[in-house]
Design a protein around this ligand. Structure first.
Ligand code: 3MF
Ligand code: MG
Length: 345
């Protein structure tokens, strides 16, 4: 299939055992080696890593040991013809981060978060990606009074400043999410994430990653969240997926819930030449009912839908579209878009 200049990535967590909060895994675990083979077989270009996807049991290893193992991983990626897109610190599993990492009320937790972030930056450096992503999983509260929300923003900016100074060539993108696991999260939208970058010592190295489902959970339109990031030249990656209403984070295959909403994301990305700026990341999970032998289809389907929608975006009759806009005949615009989406190019 024509790739229109796009490169694609996903994370090892996107080949998933199907566990949910109410039931155990329903599919066997796939080893990292098998996953690397899947990246190649499925024709993907890049791998997104959590720090411990790259280096398991990170907390028990010294910085030297971590760099040594990261070098070996880099060789394996090279041999597989893959690159690392980014590395993200996993700051939500260690018991010390139960009440947050960078914004915990406990200074020991904050120190752990900074130390772990340094390890993430070392791994990113060794994997030769100049790019780290932060998802602020537990930076928020269940009881609003439990933390000082204004101080939390300062603590996040201080943590970013520390990372920007520790790794002077690294770019850092924030992936906002409004809720889950915390009830109410700090930095819930792209506007917050862009603003936080400007509070740091190096705003030019601070950007954002939009995840479609996270935008929907914030009651916002993912295409407009992307447009906001693009307008500031801050949209450095995306996590495309889909989301059926305001419930748990579903990570459904791209376009599977709302095809027009998916089209609008592709339209804004393609019109703004995202293929020259970043890699298209898919943060999708196979639903729990999917059998193991067909539990990679969500990845292939999401990429194919994206590419079909690129074709639809590029073949859209922009003259007719403009006529509808000029005439303020937006009902006709609705019809034009829907008819175009129902016609396969
Ligand atoms: C949670 C997410 C995360 C991030 C990842 C990289 C576990 O809803 O989307 O995936 O994508 O941590 O920042
Ligand atoms: Mg994500």
């Amino acid at each position: 299939m024509e790739k229109y200049g796009y490169k694609f990535s996903f994370g090892p967590w996107n080949i998933h055992e199907g566990a949910d909060p109410f039931g155990p895994p329903v599919r066997p675990s796939i080893s990292f080696d098998q996953k690397l083979e899947a990246y190649q077989r499925l024709g993907f270009d890049a791998v997104q890593f959590h720090d411990d996807d790259a280096i398991p049991d990170l907390d028990d290893k010294s910085p030297d040991q971590i760099v040594k193992e990261a070098r070996a991983l880099k060789q394996r990626l090279d041999a597989a013809g893959l690159v690392a897109e980014f590395v993200a610190p996993r700051l939500w599993e260690h018991p010390i981060t139960v009440d947050g990492a960078y914004t915990s009320n406990d200074p020991k937790a904050r120190a752990y978060a900074i130390e772990r972030s340094h390890k993430t930056l070392d791994i990113a450096n060794t994997l030769e990606t100049g790019f780290v992503v932060l998802w602020f999983a537990r930076e928020g509260t269940y009881q609003r009074e439990a933390k000082d929300a204004a101080r939390a923003v300062d603590l996040l900016a201080e943590a970013l400043d520390d990372m920007l100074a520790y790794a002077p060539n690294m770019r850092i993108a924030i992936e906002p999410k409004p809720n889950e696991p915390m009830d109410i999260s700090y930095i819930p939208t792209i506007g917050h994430a862009v603003a936080l970058g400007y509070k740091t010592r190096a705003p030019e190295r601070c950007g954002v990653l939009v995840e479609s489902a996270h935008a929907v959970l914030a009651g916002l339109d993912p295409a407009d969240e992307m447009a906001f990031g693009l307008a500031y030249d801050k949209l450095w990656s995306v996590h495309l997926n889909d989301q059926n209403g305001l419930k748990f984070d579903q990570d459904r295959a791209f376009g599977s819930v709302n095809l027009r909403r998916a089209f609008d994301q592709v339209l804004v990305l393609d019109d703004n030449r995202f293929y020259e700026k970043g890699i298209v990341g898919l943060d999708v999970k196979a639903v729990r009912t999917q059998k193991p032998e067909v539990a990679e289809k969500h990845l292939i389907n999401s990429r194919d839908i994206f590419l079909w929608l690129v074709e639809r975006a590029r073949s859209l009759d922009r003259k007719v579209m403009q006529q509808c806009i000029d005439a303020r005949d937006y009902e006709e615009l609705d019809r034009l878009i829907l008819e175009h989406l129902m016609t396969r190019g």
